[in-house]
Design a protein around this ligand. Structure first.
Ligand SMILES: CC(=O)N[C@H]1[C@@H](OP(=O)(O)OP(=O)(O)OC[C@H]2O[C@@H](n3ccc(=O)[nH]c3=O)[C@H](O)[C@@H]2O)O[C@H](CO)[C@@H](O)[C@@H]1O[C@H](C)C(=O)N[C@@H](C)C(=O)N[C@H](CCC(=O)O)C(=O)O
Ligand SMILES: Nc1ncnc2c1ncn2[C@@H]1O[C@H](COP(=O)(O)OP(=O)(O)OP(=O)(O)O)[C@@H](O)[C@H]1O
Ligand SMILES: N[C@H](CCC[C@H](N)C(=O)O)C(=O)O
Ligand SMILES: [Mg+2]
Length: 486
């Protein structure tokens, strides 16, 4: 593509060299530069892309976009100085791939919890309604029936535009994507036109990256601040920061809630492990999904689909056919009548939510056994918190390993145990091997008891010392529950 075309709508501070170069690719990593490409130098969290300008030129880059011009300028290279190279990358990527986000309905979901659930539910609803679409999520990327392994919840802006362009080429009208706070902060959504933006909730998370809750909140809000007047923003006003998201947006504002009046109002009428009877805006329907948080997720998916122009009756009919999302309150039952819940809850807040949801459903005679751990090389503060919550809210908590990474599993477990209050000392035990821990839970369980296996959800590995060993909670349950022939 000609440089002139590529630079449309992009503010340039200074340009040195051939203004009409032909660009073969846009890259922001010197390691994957190809001849005649354009290299964008970005300041990262570890290194500064400006120090890889010369290696990029050696590999054939013909155009350099940077915030600071190098002192030693090479012949036959075009240097372009911009104010913000990371944001510029977003605009370039849209231009290079033909602005695909403007050619379909791009729907983004942000929030601390529920993004994968809502985005996947939407993909499934639209499939039932007769539309193939694109899904960009933590678990996987789906282009119609093709599944591509996911590297990031919100991948880089080139990857996003490539997938969007493919979707446009295939004639798809919709794309559902998760918008993570890292993604917003690192401008991975820059230049994209979101038709509808949904907000799930915000709780303490990722403070290792964002430092303070205020910064984290501000980052999420930026997603809504940057919408245009043709977009629609839909927010959860049961969350105390739900309205904050809409404060400065130009988008049309819509709300949803269970506890208060809203444009989209939901109610849970009945619930058990087989599903829930719900009422959305006066209309009742049955879903096979369980868990209170899924009422919120379904309600947001419903609101988005209504705002996309579909009939309420058709949507509810489609929603009653939905299957659970992989690793999100996924239920299984053993022949012996034990219920298993496999869930990705890996934060104190999520663990508390899922335990509350289960406790709301189970009767006094049904015991709750929780198998969980905490990831290594991650936030240490959550460990005692999760120990406290799990032992308080379960009949028995079995503390085990969840991706120890480079840490000693025993040390992580000790940090979790440190949060257990003395009156609950008899309500927990520790088994470092996750398979053995699940085995122990099954041994302990009686018919009708519930075993919650939390923290890994869809993950199919246990990461130890940089090596990912195959491990899948669901697979393990199916294998062990059968072995026990309960
Ligand atoms: C902390 C973080 O988010 N890092 C992301 C960031 O990398 P970085 O800032 O560390 O990059 P860097 O190494 O400092 O390099 C700076 C620049 O120099 C370039 N470079 C670097 C080396 C070189 O030899 N040549 C070169 O050109 C790099 O390509 C980059 O453009 O930019 C990269 C390119 O987009 C990302 O792949 C990378 O994600 C890392 C792998 C990651 O683990 N990110 C996680 C935390 C993340 O983003 N998670 C969220 C979801 C979180 C959640 O909700 O659970 C997600 O959306 O997935
Ligand atoms: N609406 C919700 N409110 C509170 N908790 C939720 C909600 N939806 C899901 N959860 C809990 O959070 C866990 C993660 O859900 P999900 O994967 O949908 O969220 P996410 O926002 O995509 O998370 P991540 O940032 O890790 O990708 C679930 O397994 C469940 O325990
Ligand atoms: N995106 C999160 C997921 C955590 C999942 C849990 N299984 C763990 O490994 O801690 C992280 O990488 O911190
Ligand atoms: Mg996700």
């Amino acid at each position: 593509m000609k440089l002139e075309e590529l630079l449309k709508r992009i503010p340039v501070l200074e340009m040195i060299g051939n203004q009409n170069a032909d660009v073969s690719e846009i890259v922001f990593d010197s390691r994957i530069v190809v001849p005649d490409s354009l290299y964008v130098a970005i300041k990262g969290t570890v290194s500064d892309g400006h120090s890889f300008i010369d290696p990029s030129i050696e590999k054939g880059a013909k155009v350099i976009i940077c915030e600071v011009l190098p002192e030693d300028l090479k012949d036959n290279v075009t240097y372009i100085k911009v104010k913000d190279a990371s944001k510029t990358l977003g605009q370039l990527a849209s231009n290079f791939y033909g602005n695909p986000s403007e050619k379909l309905n791009l729907i983004g979901v942000t929030g601390t919890n529920g993004k994968t659930s809502v985005a996947t539910l939407l993909f499934d609803i639209f499939k039932i309604l007769g539309f193939q679409s694109l899904l960009i999520s933590t678990v996987e990327y789906r282009i119609g029936d093709e599944i591509i392994p996911s590297t990031h919840t919100t991948p880089d802006v080139i990857r996003i535009n490539q997938m969007l362009a493919k979707a446009v080429e295939l004639g798809y009208e919709y794309t559902f994507m998760e918008v993570s706070s890292h993604g917003i902060h690192q401008n991975r959504t820059e230049g994209l036109h979101f038709k509808i933006a949904g907000f799930t909730n915000i709780t303490h998370d990722h403070l290792d990256y964002h430092k303070t809750f205020e910064e984290y909140l501000k980052t999420k809000k930026r997603f809504f601040d940057e919408l245009n007047s043709e977009s629609i923003a839909i927010t959860n006003i049961d969350d105390k920061n739900g309205n904050v998201m809409l404060q400065n947006t130009k988008a049309k504002k819509k709300t949803y809630a269970l506890k208060t009046m809203a444009d989209f109002h939901g109610k849970m009428l009945e619930t058990d492990f087989n599903g829930m009877l719900l009422n959305f805006n006066g209309k009742e329907f049955w879903t096979t999904l369980s868990g209170k948080f899924n009422v919120y997720n379904l309600l947001l998916a419903y609101a988005i689909t209504v705002e996309a122009g579909f009939h309420e009756e058709d949507i509810l009919k489609a929603m009653s056919q939905l299957k659970t999302v992989k690793g999100r309150f996924e239920t299984l039952k053993s022949e012996g009548g034990i219920f298993f819940v496999i869930d990705y809850a890996h934060t104190p807040d999520a663990l508390e939510n899922i335990l509350d949801s289960i406790n709301e459903i189970r009767t006094k005679n049904e015991r709750l056994i929780t198998v969980f751990g905490c990831g290594g090389d991650r936030d240490h503060a959550k460990r005692p918190e999760m120990g406290k919550i799990a032992s308080r809210k379960s009949t028995l908590a079995i503390i085990t390993s969840d991706n120890p990474r480079t840490e000693n599993p025993a040390t992580i477990i000790q940090e979790i145990e440190a949060g257990v209050e003395p009156q609950y000392f008899s309500k927990y035990t520790s088994i470092p091997d996750r398979r053995e821990a699940i085995k122990m839970a099954i041994k302990f369980a009686e018919p009708k008891d519930i075993i919650l296996i939390a923290g890994k959800g869809h993950e199919n590995y246990q990461e130890i010392d940089g090596i990912k060993h195959h491990f899948d909670d669901k697979e393990t349950v199916i294998e062990l529950a059968k072995l026990m022939s309960k």
